[in-house]
Ligand binder design. Sequence first.
Ligand code: HEM
Ligand code: HEM
Length: 206
Amino acid sequence: MDAKDQQLNDRMQVPASSLSQPVSVWDWPIRLFHWLLAFAVTGLVLTGLKGGDAMQQHALLGYTVLGLLSFRLLWGLVGSRNARFRHFLASPAKAWAYLRLTRDEKARWIGHSPPAGYAVMLMLGLLMLQALTGLIADDEIAFSGPFAASVPGAWSAWATWYHKTVGKPALLLMIGLHLVAIAYYAVVLRIPLLGAMIFGSREIEK
Ligand code: HEM
Ligand code: HEM
């Protein structure tokens, strides 16, 4: 090899330290769950705000979310390693320790970090409360949840108040924070999380 070839070779060779390899992160049921959930929740917000005839679709999407959440609870117990609650729920001390990791250490983290684990549980809990209060809510115009007439009026009034005044803004805030966190990881930390939620795996820096 002459000097010129050697130079070219040096330039083209990827240094071993920057070689990366795909690691599987999310199984397909979690990915399907996630995108169906995002689709259904978007539809719920739009139909809920529109009211009137759209409330029929609101109810159907709401039952879909109840089904999806039931699946997620089950998958959190028996699903693949990264999907299991036991795997990603950690003590506040561990969550604090994660926040203090360097960017490179965070880049090698697979699955939900401990702080993300708390956010996931909060989001799933808020969604569950939203769907359950919807079942007994009553807009007193076009639509009432299927069990609204079977419970005392005060319960239905409380559930409607929660659904509109607490659950809706809390969920919108959580979804906003969710998107900001994903964008922060991608743009500021240069850690792309989205690909793994679409394709299942992610290249991990060595
Ligand atoms: C209404 C819309 C959305 C809802 C309700 C939602 C909800 C969730 C939930 C509950 C999880 C945890 C998954 C699990 O373990 O079960 C999650 C994770 C994730 N979501 Fe969303 N999501 C929404 C929209 C989006 C969008 C638009 C994107 C893409 C920009 C996105 C990207 C992700 C990613 C990348 C993760 C994995 C985060 C990680 O690695 O820790 N989500 N989302
Ligand atoms: C996670 C699932 C759900 C989400 C995210 C959601 C979201 C919403 C939103 C954003 C509104 C508009 C509130 C407003 O006018 O400010 C709404 C209204 C309403 N939703 Fe839901 N909803 C869900 C599940 C359900 C279910 C399962 C039912 C019943 C089958 C239901 C019944 C209602 C009713 C009756 C209203 C009208 C309340 C009123 O205007 O007085 N929702 N929902």
